[in-house]
Design a protein around this ligand. Structure first.
Ligand code: SPD
Length: 275
């Protein structure tokens, strides 16, 4: 008998992965956390019924959310990751030798613990002395740290329940305030086909807060619609990153052509966003 994990995004849209076995299934203090061994995509981290990453296709998400702002800034030394308890973004940030400190502000300690156990391909980025884990809400931390970070990465779940605040005007205002001059942020910013209105309102906030915001996109087959977008928020143009060499370690998804093309938007969405 075959077993399928189905993520239902809307009453009119769902997607399924073939399941081999359930490796972990628990209600944490904050959410329902599952790790599922799937047939083709390897282990998958699922929070409140929504796929966060799989071993097979997470590289597109993590390389794009991390390297686009990191490369644009050029030589970032202090980096903040909001969410990101699975360690996938942290691993990419630590590839930069010039990075001195990475703070990860993750609310749910169990995401860190179970990801360490079930995603050994990430290595153990937490063992790097440059990494600091803060198990706390990001709002207070951002408030306490104006002007501190060269790069901020908002690597969150979807804007549902407790994560909804991380897509608000207030969050973007605090995030930009926590950037050092010339710094850049990238945020998980949902799917053009399903979340047009939300992305538009976030883009408007980003325009009010920074000189060169832009939306970009990556293909991730296990996410709804086969991909996800990111909001780049900075006074520094993202195109600066096209001139910066990649950090050691080798990319699996990002190359110069993908980097440039990620900012090209389908016409219906380009018109919605940029008019
Ligand atoms: N619709 C799913 C979006 C998931 C975004 N979070 C991914 C976390 C990976 N570090």
């Amino acid at each position: 008998m075959s077993i399928w994990f189905t993520e239902e995004l809307h009453p009119y849209y769902r997607k399924s992965l073939h399941v081999r076995r359930i490796l972990a299934d628990e209600q944490t203090e904050f959410q329902h956390l599952q790790v599922i061994e799937t047939e083709y995509f390897g282990n998958a981290l699922v929070l409140d019924g929504i796929i966060q990453l799989t071993e097979q296709d997470n590289m597109g998400y993590h390389e794009m959310i991390v390297h686009v702002p990191m490369l644009a800034v050029g030589a970032p030394r202090r980096v903040l990751i909001v969410g990101g308890g699975d360690g996938g973004s942290l691993r990419q940030v630590l590839r930069y030798p010039q990075v001195e400190q990475v703070v990860v502000c993750e609310l749910d300690r169990r995401v860190v613990d179970l990801s360490r156990q079930y995603f050994p391909n990430f290595g153990d980025p937490w063992a790097d002395p440059r990494a600091t884990l803060l198990v706390r809400d990001a709002f207070g931390y951002l408030e306490e740290n104006p002007g501190q970070f060269d790069v901020i990465i908002s690597d969150t779940t979807d804007p549902i329940g407790m994560a909804e605040r991380l897509f608000s005007d207030e969050f973007y205002r605090l995030m930009v305030r926590a950037l050092a001059p010339g710094g850049a942020a990238a945020t998980q910013c949902e799917q053009p086909y399903f979340d047009t209105a939300l992305i538009k309102s976030i883009y408007q906030s980003a325009c009010a807060l920074s000189k060169n915001p832009a939306y970009y996109y990556a293909q991730i087959p296990t996410y709804p619609g086969g991909g996800i977008g990111f909001m780049y928020v900075s006074d520094t143009p993202w195109t600066n990153g096209l001139k910066t060499p990649y950090p050691p370690g080798g990319n699996e998804y990002l190359n110069p052509e993908v980097h440039r093309a990620a900012f090209a938007l389908p016409e219906f969405f380009r018109k919605e966003l940029y008019g």
